[in-house]
Design a protein around this ligand. Sequence first.
Ligand SMILES: Nc1ncnc2c1ncn2[C@@H]1O[C@H](COP(=O)(O)OP(=O)(O)O)[C@@H](O)[C@H]1O
Ligand SMILES: [Mg+2]
Length: 265
Amino acid sequence: MTKDRATSPDRIQVIALASLQGGSGKTTTAISLAAGLARKGKKVLLVDIDPLAFSSRFLLPQFKQLPKEETIYAALYIGKPLPIHAAGLANLSLVPSHPVIVSDEQLTRTPDSDHPKKLLKLKSELDKIKQHFDFVFIDTPSVLDWLTLNALATADMIIVPFIPSYSAPSTFTLMSEGIKTAKQINPNLAAIGYLAVTSNSSAIVQPFDQKLLPRSARSQLLTTSIPFDDAINEANLSHQDVFNFRPNSKAASAYLKLINELFAL
Ligand SMILES: Nc1ncnc2c1ncn2[C@@H]1O[C@H](COP(=O)(O)OP(=O)(O)O)[C@@H](O)[C@H]1O
Ligand SMILES: [Mg+2]
């Protein structure tokens, strides 16, 4: 990690995957975008801030043996540097999560004077190392807690994956609250992108009516959508990213298209 990857301030470098719809593809999208960019030669860091730690289990075979001090716990609970692990794919690094980090902090929706500091713990450590990477992805839990808000508080862009079903809009209202809180403490937040992911083949509205999105989000709907594809589940089971597992699959093409839509490489 010798080369300084410092970038211009207006460039999207830190991307949080956040959505209050469980199973909407946050982890899959974080892993796929990270792996896709790493395969294109970009230096990528994936930070897992979800206590369920699915990204960490996927990318790090030795995850279960890791002491908590070698995970995100170090930065969030004891003010230590973020522990960076090689993730088994060239150019891809991981800060693993740990089940010991919990949503145990009481948060009201309006941050009081104490909250900003609590919500900037990840940012304060990430700012020290992010210049070594071209892109940083943050995978979050499906709740709006202090962990997710820490991710939103340090992101240049928030991608909100959602299953295009009738239940999606109910989660957007609370998400907007989180984004509003983040904007108060994160001057770098430059873009929000809603990403339709058909991670579940039932209850899908086809074609998805943009009117289901809140008015403010309609202009933020990404052009690319991710189709349902069993290659994703099969790739997960074999602990491979979809580009390696089935490069010609619908999902691999969709994630490549998304990379082209999001990042001018
Ligand atoms: N495009 C897709 N096609 C089929 N299954 C998918 C797709 N995207 C995700 N999945 C599956 O849906 C489940 C939930 O996805 P995940 O990325 O873990 O969601 P989240 O992190 O938002 O909870 C996983 O089992 C995953 O393999
Ligand atoms: Mg997840």
